[in-house]
Structure formats: C-alpha cells, structure tokens
Design a protein around this ligand. Structure first.
Ligand code: NAD
Ligand code: DAU
Length: 341
C-alpha cells in the first residue's frame, strides 16, 4: 500500500541511512525529509536520492510551527519518524540551550502537527543515554525498558524530556507514539566529531588520536543499517505507547576501538594521546534487546569485525565527503574542544 513518511533530520548520519534503506525496500513509499541543515546536516549526503521521484527534501526547522504544519498539510503523512536532534554530548556540555530547543520543543511541535493531521504513527528516535550509565564492575547489568531514566548530560536530559513528552502525548491525547532507545551507531556518513569517524579521519591525516580519560569507557556498538531495520519493524509492527531498546550486545572499550582503527589503517598506536576526560562521562552503556527480539523478531545482522571494516573502507572511498566537512567551520570546533585539552 502507498504510504507517505516524513523523516526529520534525514540529512544527518542515521536519518540519511534510514532514507536510503526505506526508499530501496519500499519502492511505493514516498519519503519527505525535513531538515534544518545545521552543521551536522549535509545535503550532499542525500545526493543519491535527491532526484528520486518518491523523495522530497524540505529545509526547515522542526521548531518552526508554521512550516511544520504546512508540510503536514501538503504531505498528509501516514508516519513521522523523528531523527532531528542536536546529537553530540560534548557540544551539549558547552551550550545546552539549543539542545533544549530542538530536542524538546521541536519534538513537541512535530507531535502537535501529528495530532492535528491524524497521523497514524509518530516514532521518536531516542537513545540508551536516557538510562544514564552502568558500572564497569557489574557486567551482569543491562538497560531494559524498565530501567529508570537517570541522565548525565544536557544532551541525554533533553532526549529523556522528549521521550517523556512523547509518552504523555500517547496517554493524554491517544497519539500513536512509539519510542526506540538505541545504543551507539557506526557506519557511513557518521559526522567526524564522533569517536569512530574522528579517529579514522585523524589517523588518515597522521594526527593525534585524542582518547578521553583512560579510554576505559564502554559503548555498545551497532551498525547503522541494523538500527534502520529495527525502526522499520517498530513503525510497521510495534505497538503504540511502547518503548523498544535497540542494541546488539557488542560492548567495546574506547581504547580498543581506537587500536582496531590504527591496526586496520596501518597507523602506529603512538598516535594515541590521552586527553582530559569529558565532564560527567558515562562509564558503560549496555542494552538488553530481549523485547524487540521476542516481540518483533529483530536481531542485529552485521558483526562488528565486518561493520568496522566496511566503515573504514567507506571513509577511504569517500574522502571528499569528510574532508570537506573537516576543512570548514569544524576547524574552529576542533581547536576549541581539543586545542588546550
Ligand atoms: P546527526 O547529528 O548526525 O544528525 C542530526 C540531523 O538533524 C542533522 O541533519 C541536522 O541538520 C538535523 N537537525 C538538527 N536540528 C534540527 C532542527 N531544529 N530542525 C530540523 N533538523 C534539525 O545525528 P544522528 O547521529 O544521525 O542521530 C539521529 C537521532 O538518533 C538523534 O535523535 C539522536 O539522538 C539519535 N541517536 C543517535 C545515536 C548515534 O549513535 N548517533 C544513537 C542512538 C540515538
Ligand atoms: O549511546 C547513544 C549515543 O551515542 C547517542 O545518543 C549520541 O547521539 C551519540 O553521539 C553517541 O554518544 P557518545 O557520547 O557515546 O558518542 P561519542 O562518539 O561522542 O563518544 C564515544 C565514546 O568515545 C565516549 O566514551 C567518549 C569517547 N571519545 C569521544 C570523542 C569524540 C573520546 O575518547 N575521544 C573523542 O575525541
């Protein structure tokens, strides 16, 4: 059946991968991407679909009520998937206010439009960071959907606020909302301020590899396409009013990831430089994906050993994409964050 989906934040990392996945899998779906093109959004990322007759790009802010409502009026979407967000923890520590604006007010604005236009599903793309962190000496503990919200950074607090609002819109207004909380993604089009692409780009340029603290913090890495497949299942088969955790039991210490990148690129580990830790740095994230596996049959398909090789190869094959980014305003960001660290 023909469906229209509005995807917000589709010029960013996960949103773009989701658009590619959906347009390929559902040739009869129409996808309208709403993105403000902040520093993290890049229209060139969408070059391969921009002329697809089932695709439309609209440059707008999800906080702009009038623009959001007129897009809904024009598109009459069946489903809305909200990826649009300020997503980088370090930036949220420097400047929280834009995180509150986009991540909370923007989400509420989209849901108000969903109510007015009778949208059949609003899906909020959230994060495992809303659960706070786990201790390193308790490998038996995992985040389940029942784990209490316990945030550490302005970023995770803004995402948790949006989750709570989304669930409130379900209970109060009966809006068909679903929420997914995913672990760390990696793959193509990942913005080079984040650990994996930053280390690949720096290593390729023989620059220091800045590891925060002792590098012992643990993240649960998932190949981006596995995240996209999980969201596809949730919006089609998941229940409204429910939260689904997404993660693949792939816990790795930061330092081990950086060493793998050095090895794969044939670069010396002497590039690794330990720098001042992130304020309030979460120690360990680890998802229990039992619910999405047992209810929707989702399992991650890409093993880390394969996913990281594919990702590194993508950065080797697409140097222009990331070199354009790191030669622009990113240079000021890098100097500010790492210059005196
Ligand atoms: P990203 O920073 O790469 O992309 C964010 C996109 O949102 C950009 O295209 C940007 O231009 C757009 N955007 C920002 N503010 C906007 C606004 N006010 N209006 C319209 N568009 C706006 O982020 P990402 O890593 O792709 O993350 C996407 C979503 O997934 C976020 O909600 C994030 O919290 C969540 N998430 C990310 C990860 C991860 O590992 N990257 C893991 C779990 C959840
Ligand atoms: O868990 C999901 C979250 O994963 C998402 O909600 C966020 O949007 C996404 O950015 C990511 O957050 P993290 O803070 O875990 O990702 P980041 O890539 O910034 O950092 C990963 C780990 O690497 C973290 O422990 C900090 C560390 N790090 C990061 C950078 C950028 C370094 O040691 N050095 C660095 O230069």
């Amino acid at each position: 059946m023909k469906k229209t989906i509005i995807v917000t934040g589709g010029a960013g990392f996960i949103g773009s991968n989701f658009i590619f996945y959906m347009l390929k899998k559902y040739p009869n779906y129409r996808v309208a991407c709403l993105d403000k093109l902040t520093y993290a959004g890049n229209l060139s990322t969408l070059a391969s679909v921009i002329n697809n007759e089932n695709f439309r790009f609209v440059k707008e802010d999800i906080c702009n009520r009038e623009a959001v409502f007129s897009l809904f009026e024009a598109e009459k979407p069946d489903i809305v998937v909200n990826f649009a967000a300020e997503s980088h923890v370090d930036r949220s520590i420097e400047n929280p206010s834009v995180f509150l604006q986009t991540n909370i007010i923007g989400t509420a604005t989209l849901m108000d439009a969903c109510r007015k236009y009778g949208i059949k599903r609003f899906h909020q793309v959230s994060t495992d960071e809303v659960y706070g962190d786990l201790p390193l000496d308790r490998p038996d503990l995992f985040f389940t959907e029942q784990t209490p919200i316990h945030t550490s950074s302005p970023y995770s607090s803004s995402k948790a606020s949006a989750d709570l609002l989304a669930l409130a819109y379900y209970r109060t207004y009966g809006l068909a909302v679903s929420v997914s909380r995913c672990s760390n993604n990696y793959g193509p089009y990942h913005f080079p301020e984040k650990l994996i692409p930053l280390m690949i780009a720096n290593a390729l340029n023989d620059k220091p590899l800045p590891v925060y603290g002792k590098g012992e913090n643990v993240r649960d890495w998932l190949y981006v396409e596995d995240h996209c497949k999980a969201i596809d299942l949730i919006i089609h088969k998941g229940k409204a009013g429910e939260v689904y955790n997404i993660g693949g039991h792939n816990e790795m210490r930061n330092i081990d990831i950086v060493k793998i990148i050095c090895r794969e690129l044939g670069k010396p580990e002497s590039l690794i430089t330990y720098v001042a830790d992130r304020k309030g740095h979460d120690m360990r994230y680890a998802i229990d994906p039992t619910k999405i596996h047992s209810e929707l049959g989702w399992l991650p398909e890409t093993k880390f050993e394969d996913g990281i090789k594919k990702t590194i190869q993508w950065y080797l094959d697409n140097r222009e994409w990331w070199e354009t980014i790191i030669s622009g305003e990113y240079k000021d960001y890098y100097e500010k964050m790492y210059g005196n660290r």
